[in-house]
Design a protein around this ligand. Structure first.
Ligand SMILES: [Zn+2]
Length: 303
């Protein structure tokens, strides 16, 4: 007997025929990279919504009512943590009235908790600008961090949705295999970037540099989150006379003008990197994010 006939003949099964057997876990990701990872690991067991786009500055998001509404209905909120969203996420969580996603609950996942942080300050002095006391939060620029976070995220999905635990395990194993292969390819391609000197517009790439062995010689922002003045740009320019750099990197969400100014005045290339999924046409998913980032760096490196 086929399923259609069964549904008509057996009333008790009607509900099961009309509704999916298991409602998907409602996931809200603060940034596109975590939305993409949740989708990779959750498949059809998750319903993912992303709070921001690659063209928005994740340090400074407006806590809009539409975001509060999404948080209200979420089973799991996945953010970077390490104070990246300190200016907007606490307001959203509080206004959501959703106990499941508050800090410390299983429905609150901070990706940066699961990796070794770089640039953790010995003491926090807020006069030094938008300093992150928990260390540099931009952990998604190193694919080794993505692998660690994927493992932790899988465990959290299984905890919240135990009925689908074996499905999550299967997807995680499949992702880990494809990610390992991709990382081998990327490190091979990027071998010639080792030791290349670079300038950053914002200190958003320390994990990328740590992974590939790039050497940062200057940062255009005088303090994190502070737009560089012309006099600060001039001082970076003179630094480069003593310590030349090959390129200046800025993220897709940033105003390109400081990097373009440096490029014009020093002759080094200004490179826009996607920074997260959706930051460029090539960065359509997590794999594309690193394919495209490395391609852009290789295109301007002369070594
Ligand atoms: Zn930052």
């Amino acid at each position: 007997m086929n399923r259609k006939i069964l549904c008509v003949l057996v009333p008790v099964l009607l509900l099961q025929c009309a509704l999916p057997v298991q409602a998907a876990l409602r996931v809200v990701a603060c940034e596109p990279e975590w939305g993409a990872l949740a989708q990779e690991l959750g498949g059809t067991s998750v319903d993912v919504s992303v709070a921001t786009t690659a063209l928005q500055d994740p340090h400074q998001i407006q806590a809009k009512p539409s975001l509060v509404a999404r948080m209200r209905n979420a089973d799991l909120v996945i953010c970077t943590g390490a104070e990246l969203e300190v200016g907007w996420l606490p307001i959203l969580l509080q206004q959501s009235g959703n106990r499941k996603i508050q800090s410390g609950q299983a429905g609150n996942f901070s990706a940066a908790d699961f990796v070794r942080k770089l640039q953790v300050p010995a003491n926090v002095d807020r006069s030094q600008g938008d300093v992150h006391a928990a260390g540099n939060p931009h952990v998604q620029t190193d694919p080794r961090n993505i692998a660690r976070i994927a493992a932790a995220m899988t465990a959290r999905l299984q905890q919240l949705d135990p009925a689908q635990a074996s499905g999550y395990a299967q997807r995680a194993a499949d992702f880990a295999r494809r990610w390992e292969d991709a990382m081998r390819r990327w490190t091979g391609q990027a071998a010639k970037l080792k030791g290349v000197t670079v300038v950053s517009q914002h200190n958003g790439f320390v994990y990328l540099y740590d992974w590939l062995g790039l050497k940062e010689v200057a940062v255009l922002e005088p303090k994190p989150g502070v737009e560089p003045s012309v006099s600060h740009l001039q001082s970076v320019l003179s630094t480069l006379k003593a310590t030349p750099a090959t390129m200046v990197l800025y993220a897709a969400y940033q105003d390109p003008r400081p990097s373009e100014w440096l490029s014009r005045n020093s002759g080094i290339a200004a490179v826009k990197v996607p920074f997260t999924v959706g930051g460029s046409e090539g960065a359509a998913d997590l794999f594309g994010l690193f394919d495209d980032t490395i391609a852009r760096l290789l295109a301007v490196s002369k070594r």
